[in-house]
Write a new protein. Structure first.
Length: 205
């Protein structure tokens, strides 16, 4: 969600379009902070919001890895923290993100909720890079055990889709990968974020 942030992520608002470098599979494993948190069990009858809250609610440390790009020929790294907490009545999930990286300091605020009509998650993201807020145009969906969010941007007349995928949920860690997809179908990863649990916070209001 960060990252409900697709292309507006810490990630880089200015690097989304330029990062058309070769896609690389993440070569890092989530750090071990000494915590051992068993994955939360999700019943087959869990609602969409119960599922996403069970997967993400809590405080996490983040480790960012940027792929090489024209702006970062050697790539880059960053670190920070993110907090996900249920909104009023558990009908939304609120994200607060902050990091410092090769690209500079970044902060963002996101809200995600389930929309029955769209049959997917709708997301609003505000960040310090764009100094504004945006409702992502496409509903997010679970694809098996992966949560996928999509955004669309246009730069110099070229429309690009940014895909943010949450995966590898292990209770005490998960991964986020951000990729750009051009009109010609070329897909390039530009950022990988490793999230490691700090605490299981997030009381409903």
């Amino acid at each position: 969600m960060g990252a409900i942030r697709v292309c507006l992520v810490p990630v880089i608002a200015g690097l989304c379009i330029a990062a058309f470098t070769q896609d690389k599979s993440p070569n890092s494993s989530p750090g071990n902070s000494g915590l051992s948190v068993a994955p939360r069990k999700q019943s087959d009858t869990a609602s969409p919001m119960e599922k996403i809250i069970a997967s993400l609610a809590g405080s996490w440390s983040v480790s960012e890895r940027y792929e090489p790009s024209p702006e970062m020929p050697k790539g880059g790294t960053g670190s920070g923290e993110v907090i996900y907490r249920p909104g009023p009545g558990g009908q939304s999930l609120i994200e607060e993100y902050h990091s410092k990286s090769t690209a500079g300091e970044y902060s963002g605020l996101g809200i995600i909720w389930w929309d029955d009509q769209a049959q997917g998650y709708l997301t609003t993201w505000c960040d310090s890079s764009t100094r504004g807020c945006k409702l992502l145009p496409n509903p997010g969906k679970w694809e098996g055990d992966r949560l996928v969010l999509l955004d669309e941007t246009e730069v110099s007349g070229v429309k690009t889709v940014t895909r943010e995928t949450y995966s590898n949920f292990k209770g005490d860690s998960f991964l986020q990968t951000l990729e750009t997809i051009r009109p010609d179908g070329v897909m390039k990863r530009f950022l990988t974020i490793t999230n490691t649990r700090v605490s299981a916070t997030g009381k409903q209001h």
